[in-house]
Unconditional design. Structure first.
Lengths: 456, 250
């Protein structure tokens, strides 16, 4: 059968037990089933409507190494990572490749964990927590990540051994943002499969910032699946900042289940990467749930950024706003596929979707597919997609005031992405992202200013 | 300061300017009038380097420099300013950021260091008062959601910030009520000196009651067909353009 898949099938057949031995029982429960699904489906191909414009399968053809034995890598990210975003003041954690990182120095991370565990919060390695709190984790792990729907998710479920867990009990509010850095570090081409599980019980609140970085110039492929459960009246914010290298393929699948009265903000920003595929599925399951889903993609060279999103309005009186913006130059390609589904009984739904794209060069391409499917009759919904070039009138206006063409271009591109950045609720992060975006447009961005993780 | 000789220009292959000759000296105000479609706005666009127009013949010198060879930004830095007939809205770019960038690019051109943030804000406050521009507008995006009058006042505010040697006011009076017209004209008059000059493009005598020209030119079918003192504007207001067309034998 499928050649690319064969090598991974062989790895699982040969090392399945090793994978399980180095993971947690809860994560192993459906592992064989997930593998069987992967064997059946293979990786998604462009024949599938959902992957029509993004070929992730061929990326797996590289002879990647996988760290199934969980050998630790010789870095201490805490010592190289100095996130100098003024005032960001986050709880900081690392997943190196696909393993949660424990600080051998003792303990930046456990001091932070201690502070939170006093409030009943569980935070840290998914694998370890799955061993210690198997009953709790089993209630949630793999419950929405659908192995029968997507070969890529089945692959992840078959191979993922660890990742990040955040559990926030009822009515606990975590003020400081939780920052998780996914850093890729290896001396040869490496594939990482990891899982994040985030559970907010009723009335809980948390903000989660996930940064993706690469430390080496090898080829990397990350397949990360995140499941988020947001309880009644709970509030959750998820930011994802991708600032890696052109050798990186980053496949992120995010599932969010929202209960009654919950509020969620998702903002996924791609500043630099090779190939990005974000799958986002949000289920609004209880009345008065609110979602703001937004994202921004800046692409140049031959970068490819695909955001495929689904928001399901399963319950009445929910509200969703979606905004995605792309700025593409050189031969970059963008894909936006946004589907909003309003179920038959989801009356009084409000759902708004907007996708705006700027192609700064002739060879830049964007495929935009907004979809609105409505089965209820009392709803307010809208969607719109526009794709254009830099406004020549605005450009001339600025130049006529003495602003150079290059600078004027930059200001207009910055202005274009401005409203997505403005959706960030953390002021410190917002102003840093403004700066990073500006540097990106000036072509000066190689790392996140003070953070030394990424090497060029 | 400005010398235009036999200027011809096209847009999309259609010739709009068919041999303009005009000389402007420091301290002068020139009014350019003329019926719709005679080429008034094209002249201002060509002088400021709008890439939509192609110059096919002729010369323009500004203080001895060949203006037509300069990029729009360099023309601005040399001291040519256009108050747009239709100021452009630029969502997401704040007035402050826009003006600071412009002012500092002008300074860089002159070999000066960028202005400090506090000096810049002080300068903005000062110049804003000149055209009674609302404080709030300065924090908004460039021209976005501004009323017609606010947009025009904003043009004159930018002019005050950049202190051009030659200002071209392209129908700055269109869409203005009497009060706004007075504010805009006052602003222009306060900025007038013996070292700078203005070209005022207008349809109506009304503006010229406030901004009194030294010369009035009639532009018709891409040429200046008549030039005289300020009394010509009154005559045009009274009689229209037909008598000029008759003089031309049409």
């Amino acid at each position: 059968m499928m050649e690319i898949e064969q090598s991974y099938i062989k790895i699982y057949n040969d090392f399945g037990q090793l994978i399980k031995d180095n993971s947690a029982e809860v994560m192993n429960r459906n592992r064989d089933k997930a593998f069987a699904q992967f064997e059946k489906f293979g990786f998604p191909t462009r024949k599938s409507e959902d992957y029509k414009y993004t070929d992730i399968r061929s990326r797996y053809a590289i002879d990647f190494g996988m760290n199934l034995r969980r050998v630790s890598f010789p870095i201490n990210p805490y010592s190289v990572f100095k996130c100098d975003v003024p005032g960001i003041n986050s709880h900081l954690f690392f997943v190196v490749n696909d393993s949660f990182y424990h600080d051998p120095q003792g303990d930046t991370s456990s001091k932070e964990i201690e502070e939170l565990t006093q409030q009943g919060v569980l935070i840290g390695s998914l694998r370890e927590h799955a061993e210690k709190h198997s009953e709790l984790i089993a209630q949630y792990y793999g419950k929405v990540a659908d192995i029968e729907d997507d070969g890529s998710v089945a692959f992840n479920a078959a191979f993922a051994q660890d990742g990040f867990l955040l559990y926030v009990p009822k009515n606990v509010i975590i003020e400081k943002p939780i920052q998780l850095i996914n850093v890729m570090r290896a001396s040869s081409d490496t594939l990482a499969n990891s899982r994040n599980l985030i559970i907010l019980e009723e009335g809980a609140q948390a903000k989660f910032l996930e940064c993706a970085h690469t430390m080496d110039a090898c080829n990397f492929l990350c397949n990360r699946v995140t499941e988020v459960f947001v309880g009644k009246n709970a509030s959750f914010e998820q930011y994802k900042l991708e600032n890696t290298s052109n050798n990186m393929t980053n496949i992120g699948t995010l599932y969010i289940e929202q209960n009654e009265g919950s509020k969620v903000l998702v903002n996924e920003m791609t500043l630099h990467n090779g190939l990005t595929r974000n799958n986002i599925r949000i289920n609004l399951n209880g009345e008065h749930a609110e979602t703001t889903l937004c994202g921004m993609a800046i692409g140049d060279k031959e970068e490819h950024i695909d955001n495929t999103t689904v928001i399901n309005h399963n319950a009445p009186k929910c509200h969703s706003t979606e905004l995605y913006k792309y700025v593409l130059s050189d031969k970059a390609t963008g894909v936006f596929a946004g589907r909003i589904l309003v179920k038959k009984d989801a009356q009084k739904t409000e759902a708004y979707q907007s996708n705006k794209n700027l192609c700064a060069t002739k060879d830049a391409h964007i495929y935009s597919k907004p979809q609105l499917e409505i089965y209820a009759d009392d709803v307010k919904c809208s969607h719109g997609a526009t794709t254009g070039q830099i406004d020549e009138n605005a450009l001339f206006y600025m130049r006529s005031r003495g602003i150079s063409e290059r600078e004027a271009h930059m200001l207009l591109m910055l202005a274009f992405t401005n409203d997505v950045v403005e959706k960030i609720s953390m002021e410190a992060l917002k102003s840093r992202i403004h700066l990073l975006v500006e540097k990106r447009f000036r072509g000066e961005l190689s790392k996140c200013a003070g953070c030394a993780i990424c090497k060029e | 300061m400005l010398e235009i000789k036999n200027l011809h220009a096209n847009i999309n292959g259609k010739e709009i300017l068919k041999g303009i000759n005009l000389t402007v000296k420091p301290g002068e105000i020139h009014a350019i009038m003329g019926p719709n479609g005679s080429g008034k706005s094209t002249l201002s666009s060509v002088l400021t380097g709008n890439p939509a127009f192609q110059v096919t013949e002729g010369e323009v010198h500004f203080y001895g420099k060949n203006l037509l060879e300069l990029s729009p930004e360099d023309r601005s830095r040399e001291g040519v300013f256009l108050s747009f007939q239709y100021p452009v809205e630029i969502p997401g770019v704040s007035m402050v950021n826009f003006m600071r960038t412009a002012v500092n690019e002008h300074r860089k051109y002159k070999g000066l260091d960028p202005m400090s943030a506090s000096d810049f804000l002080k300068l903005m406050r000062e110049k804003k008062d000149l055209v009674e521009l609302d404080n709030k507008l300065a924090n908004r995006s460039v021209n976005e959601g501004f009323s017609g009058g606010e947009k025009k006042r904003n043009e004159i505010f930018q002019m005050a910030m950049l202190e051009p040697r030659l200002s071209i006011l392209d129908e700055t009076d269109s869409g203005l009520d009497i009060d706004a017209l007075r504010i805009v004209a006052n602003g222009v008059n306060k900025l007038k000196s013996k070292d700078n000059a203005s070209i005022v493009i207008t349809h109506y005598q009304r503006l010229l009651d406030y901004i009194v020209p030294d010369f009035v030119h009639v532009l018709y079918k891409g040429r200046i067909v008549k030039s005289a003192g300020k009394e010509l504007a009154l005559e045009l207001e009274e009689k229209g353009y037909d008598w000029i067309k008759k003089e031309l034998g049409e």
